[in-house]
Structure formats: C-alpha cells, structure tokens
Design a protein around this ligand. Sequence first.
Ligand SMILES: [Zn+2]
Length: 257
Amino acid sequence: MRWKQPSSLFRTPGDGQGPTAVLDVGPDGDVALEPSPGEKPREGDILIGLYDGTVWYARPVPTTPAAVTNFRATPNELIATASSLVRWHASGPRCEQCHGPTVMEFRGQRRRCTECGALLFYRTDPAVIVAITDEDDRLLLARQRAWPEGRVSVIAGFVEPGESLEQACAREAMEEVGLALTSINYFGSQPWPFPRSLMLGFTAIATDPGALAVDGEEIVEASFLTREELASKLGAGRISLPGPASIGRALIDAWRG
Ligand SMILES: [Zn+2]
C-alpha cells in the first residue's frame, strides 16, 4: 500500500473511452476476482471509473461469486469503490429531506428522491487511527476486547459531531488509554469499506505516558514497547499485528523503520 499518493482511478470517464469490464459484486460487498468474460455494461450496472486503461463497472448480483476478493485482501481503489457503491445502492437509502424512496441515477454515482427530487451521494464515516509514542520513542500497542489474545494495534475511533480530526485523536486517546496527546501530525489515509469508513492516520506523542490506563471496555490491554521488544514478541509469536493492507500496520511499520 502506498500512502499519500494521487488516485490512479479516474472516476468520471466519458463514454467510448476504450475497453470496458464488468465485475460482479455479491450482496456482502465481496468483489469477483476477475471481470465476467465478454460482459458489456448494461442498465443497473454501476460505473466505477477508468483504471488501468479500462472502464470498470460493478454489477450487483444476488449470490456471492465463486472467487471473490475484498479490500483487505486486494487493497486497491477499484475494489473499494465497487464494494462501497454496490452496498450503498443495495441498502436503498431514503431521502434525507422527505424520507421518500430514492432511485439510482447517473450510472450509480448518485441517487434521486422520487418524491421531492433531492439528490443523495455516497458518504463515508471518518475515523482516526493514531500511533502514540512516548518521550523514549516507544510505541503504544493495544488490544481491543473483541480481538484474540496477542492481537495488538494502535488506537482508533470514529470522529464525533463537531470535532476536528486532531480533537478526535485526543479524545480517543484519553477515553481508551487515559493519555493526553501533543504533536498530533497527519500521516495518511485509507478507505475502509467495512462498511464505509475513511481511516485518517496520525502520529502523536503522549505528554504523560505514566498515566496509561486502559478503559477496560473497548481496550483491555495496552503497553509502550521499544522496537526491540516488539521484534522479540513478534519473533516468539506472542503478539500479532494488523494485516499488511491496513493503515494501522503502515503506522506501525513506519515507526519500526
Ligand atoms: Zn425527498
């Protein structure tokens, strides 16, 4: 995964721009590994964009195709966009103005209310993920309650109404591990279509690492580790890190150097 790179997906290709391909997408958002051979786009297909010289479409199908992938396994923009848009349309969102039914239009790039005509666009839920270090440059790794023993990552949480991203980092750190933050700096971002998040990565320094105290609700274990300690625990199989496609892993790897 590359970070802070410009998109290679051109989202609004005109008609007649070269070859097309159609990817089946199951109801749970898993995307067929390969485009359907010889299939041409038809009514109801969703335009994904121009990618690798081909105009790609997603076709919602009622049963999951035999060979599929998702963003965790194949972290590219084509997969994220296909999965996100198909599930959004399948959810049949109501109009935000009058709660009337909406229909897909403009090849799936938006929906329109059949009652009042208001337009709906896909939205993402911003979430912050923050790598916290102490004055000795040790990294805080924490285990969420829902995770198996030994699985750790940096902390994360959704942005709440009225918050800046930096405020969200500070609040999550205080709530989950009792730490106040300084030097909160942007790292990079990643779509996370499970179902529709945008992960915004930051680094930060804990002002008083001694105050570390897990909330016991969302986070059940947390500690600051040196690079040597992390390598040793990994080598012994005592802890595991998030998958290589995730921004959580990218934050950890950037710190490891
Ligand atoms: Zn309406």
